[in-house]
Design a protein around this ligand. Structure first.
Ligand code: OGA
Ligand code: NI
Length: 361
């Protein structure tokens, strides 16, 4: 007898069907639901121009100061005047839209395999996750491994555009790491060196319209595990940040041509806790689909993460001694990938409210 073919209902296919009720596995607990609208834009997260990045002089000093304040208060800022051609950004946005518009069967050919954190995902990085986010995603490694042949061949420009985009993002990440090192008061190459041979991943997020955006999230609250994240969002809005541990949230204002940059857990540890690992989430809405393209710069998986020695040497100023025990990035990453499931189980069984650290790439 022929096996029944069960059509997978992806988030986008549910939205395309025009469903009116949110399926139960997307409904978040009350304390996790959004409190601020996707289009209630805030200007609180600093916007920084990179025009004076290489200049030296007073303007450069001012730029370094702005970065330091942003990294301490938010672990997040926006950059403009970064030199990346905006045309490339929009080309990749178009490719992403075409990819997510492919039939489910085609997208499923790239489905994330058990224990692997690359490929296409519906609602979660984790297969059979009972609690889903209202998003679809595609994530791949771009450096140093760049298995172009494994990237979707559709749309036809996709591979070429992604290769170019990730090259630009690698350059930009290195520029930012040098500037952030400076703002931390260490040698310009200190953070890059501490990462060993860094890894780059690019993640395409697609957030379809949602029948009940008040009950769910596009991406649950989390911090990114790695060094630095560079995010490109379209003009819809939905990325939210908090600097007071979730008491208040702001929706980051989309700025044409700008990137949102945020610090991850590894940089937080390198800085001995001086710089924040940005606490963030994404909300959705019922009228327009949203896209973002997220580039992660992460340390080498075998790298040992611990506060920079140079910072330990300047003790007395704002910290005394090491605030983090050394850890192996790979082990931390894998723990983080499963931790949120455990946290959730504990929370459910005890009825307590734990912050969910959603795993990222
Ligand atoms: C992420 C992330 C936010 C967004 O993918 O890690 O935080 O606005 N995305 O898509
Ligand atoms: Ni994130």
């Amino acid at each position: 007898m022929a096996e029944a073919v069960v059509e997978v209902k992806t988030v986008k296919s549910l939205a395309d069907l025009g469903i009116k009720d949110l399926p139960i596995n997307y409904v978040k607990d009350e304390d996790e639901r959004p409190t601020v609208a996707y289009n209630d834009f805030s200007k609180e997260v600093p916007v920084i121009s990179l025009t004076n990045a290489g200049n030296g002089g007073a303007e450069h000093t001012e730029l370094i100061r702005e970065l330091r304040v942003a990294c301490k208060q938010w672990g997040m800022f926006q950059i403009k005047d970064h030199g990346v051609p905006t045309e490339l950004n929009s080309q990749l946005m178009c490719c992403a839209e075409e990819f997510f518009s492919l039939p489910v069967k085609e997208k499923m050919q790239y489905a994330i395999q058990e224990g692997k954190f690359v490929g296409y995902g519906n609602g979660s990085f984790i297969n059979d996750d009972p609690l889903m986010d209202w998003r679809e995603l595609y994530v791949t490694t771009c450096f140093p491994d760049r298995a172009i042949q494994s990237w979707p061949p559709k749309p036809v420009q996709f591979r070429e555009v992604l290769a170019k985009y990730s090259d630009e993002m690698l350059e930009l990440a290195k520029t930012l790491l040098a500037l952030i090192s400076e703002s931390l008061g260490v040698e310009a190459d200190a953070i890059e060196k501490a990462c060993g041979e860094g890894q780059q991943k690019v993640l395409l997020n697609y957030y379809p319209t949602c029948p009940r955006p008040d009950l769910t999230l596009g991406l649950k609250r989390h911090t990114d595990p790695g060094t630095l994240t560079i995010l490109l969002q379209d003009k819809v809005g939905g990325l939210q940040a908090t600097k007071d541990n979730g008491k208040t949230w702001v929706t980051v204002e989309p700025i044409d041509g700008a990137f949102v940059v945020n610090i991850g857990d590894q940089m937080h540890a390198l800085s001995n806790g001086i710089f924040k690992s940005a606490d963030h989430q994404a909300v959705v809405n019922s009228s327009v689909r949203r896209q973002s393209i997220v580039t992660f710069y992460n340390p080498h998986p075998d790298s040992i993460v611990y506060p920079l020695d140079a910072l330990m040497a300047t003790k007395g100023k704002c910290h005394t001694g090491r605030r983090f025990e050394p850890y192996v990035y790979r082990e931390f990453y894998q723990r983080k990938m499963t931790k949120h499931l455990l946290d959730r189980d504990i929370k459910r069984s005890k009825g307590t409210s734990l912050v969910q650290q959603q795993p990222e790439v």
